[in-house]
Design a protein around this ligand. Structure first.
Ligand code: DUC
Ligand code: ZN
Ligand code: ZN
Length: 459
């Protein structure tokens, strides 16, 4: 064997037990007690530590042209930060160009990602155009290994309800999963126009233009289309109670509806938009009120929220500052790829959720939903040795200086965590240890996913 992690406490989505893990050629080969190293085996003692599957961030926007600029972490910086926060796979968004076949879109983006990625990666495709043959290219992409797509109900590249419906129907026939960014575009535009005309231009009015019902109504509508076709739907970055109630109801009725939320919605409330640095928190959907936040935690504990992902889409301070007199000019997006797993595990360590739940939300369910289990998201023989060693006793305060992204600030500044990852292994290779990135640009591999057939709300 190449690597032996011994004496640790293994945490999976289902159980917690003491065992050793053996790794060879980047794969887990055995889990058991008293595994014996050979002469060339590197041995790591994990006594007193937790041993977890690496997290899978189902939602990043690295080097993405957006908001008049490009998101500040490229594929190297974003995946370096991921590794240092215990995330060993990221799903990044490819935005299809108008007229572009889905597989060509993936290849175009992979040409930029492959030389830079420091951990493994896969893609979802942001669908803009399904005219002519392009609708059928969804099935080509499923065969190619990218079976997940996102439609936007907002932004200038948002799709109509009709296109959304067609995409859902296509997905059902070919093993694709459709994700949706749900907000009511008409309402956003109307409210933005109203507040700007009244001279209300501060970041608080970013929230006021996209309050709870703007997201909740769109969630309900999206779920309605999916139910009518009895097809699965994945709601990204769910931030509001009304939408969660619709998810819960649909799941109770047996429909395969899945929801993702993000750490920023679980930790902050809309009050951040009244802070002097409120612009740094501008993202869409915006962070909501306490009632929604409490509902999201309840949804997690009830099992109606299946995953946590980051929507990592950071911009530099000077870019956020473009909107100092007009919230419309603030590029939308926040950072989180290095913070998600440490934050969720810290909340588990403090007793808000179980450690198993943190692993399920940030890793195992993501792999199962997006078609990359058992290669990813599981600690079992045959799976990739994507492993995090976590010290539950380590106290950690998040600061921008301690982070590994290229961004010059963090919305998480000063947040105190109980416990922190101390080592991250990507396919058996140590890529992070005690605050230091040890990986390499270009070591990350493209993870091709299987067709997705989610027929029940089982995750
Ligand atoms: N929302 C953001 O805040 N940024 C990127 C894209 C998105 O939907
Ligand atoms: Zn979105
Ligand atoms: Zn996003």
């Amino acid at each position: 064997m190449d690597l032996l992690i011994n004496n640790g406490t293994i945490v999976t989505a289902e159980s917690i037990f003491k065992a050793d893990i053996a790794v060879k050629f980047g794969k887990i080969t055995a889990i058991g007690s008293s595994l014996q190293p050979s002469k060339e085996t590197k041995v790591t003692d994990a006594r007193g530590k937790l041993v977890l599957p690496g997290a899978i961030d189902a939602h990043t926007h690295l080097a993405m042209p957006f908001g008049g600029t490009i998101s500040a972490d490229d594929y190297f910086a974003g995946t370096r930060a991921a590794a240092c926060g215990g995330t060993t796979t990221v799903f990044d968004f490819v935005l299809q160009d108008f007229g572009e076949n889905m597989v060509d879109a993936v290849k175009r983006r992979d040409a930029i990602c492959a030389p830079d990625a420091a951990v493994d990666y896969s893609f979802h495709i942001g669908v803009k155009d399904v005219s002519g043959d392009l609708l059928d290219s969804i099935a080509d992409s499923v065969r190619y290994g990218v079976p997940s797509f996102k439609v936007f109900m907002v932004y200038d590249f948002g799709v109509t309800d009709g296109v959304f419906y067609k995409v859902l129907a296509k997905a059902k026939s070919c093993g694709a999963l459709i994700a949706v960014h749900a907000e009511n575009n008409e309402m956003v535009n109307t409210l933005v126009e109203k507040y700007i005309s009244e001279g209300k231009t501060d970041p608080w009015h970013h929230y006021m233009s996209r309050p709870e019902f703007v997201e909740g109504e769109a969630d309900e509508r999206a779920i309605q289309w999916a139910k009518s076709l009895n097809v699965s739907l994945y709601i990204v970055h769910l931030a509001n109670k009304q939408g969660l109630d619709a998810v819960t109801k649909a799941r109770d009725e047996g429909y395969p509806i899945f929801a993702e939320t993000c750490p920023q919605y679980l930790h902050f409330t809309k009050d951040v938009y009244k802070r002097p640095d409120g612009r740094n928190f501008v993202c869409s959907p915006p962070i909501k009120g306490k009632e929604s936040q409490d509902a999201l935690w309840d949804g997690i504990n009830r099992g109606d929220i299946s995953t946590v992902a980051t929507d990592h889409c950071p911009f530099q301070s000077y870019e956020k500052y473009w909107g100092k007199d007009d919230f419309r000019k603030i590029p939308n997006g926040c950072m989180g790829v290095e913070n998600m797993y440490p934050y969720m595990l810290s909340e588990a360590n403090k007793g808000r959720i179980t450690l198993n739940k943190a692993v399920e939300l940030c890793s195992t369910n993501v792999a199962k939903i997006f078609g990359c289990a058992p290669q990813k998201g599981l600690l079992q023989p045959g799976s990739d040795a994507d492993i995090v060693i976590y010290d539950p006793k380590k106290e950690f305060t998040i600061t921008q200086e301690a982070m590994h992204s290229d961004v010059d600030h963090t919305i998480w500044e000063g947040t105190k965590l109980k416990g922190y990852p101390v080592e991250t292994y990507s396919r058996g290779k140590l890529v992070y240890k005690d605050g230091e990135f040890l990986g390499n640009r270009g070591d990350g591999k493209f993870v091709k996913c299987k067709p997705i057939k989610l027929t029940r709300p089982s995750l």
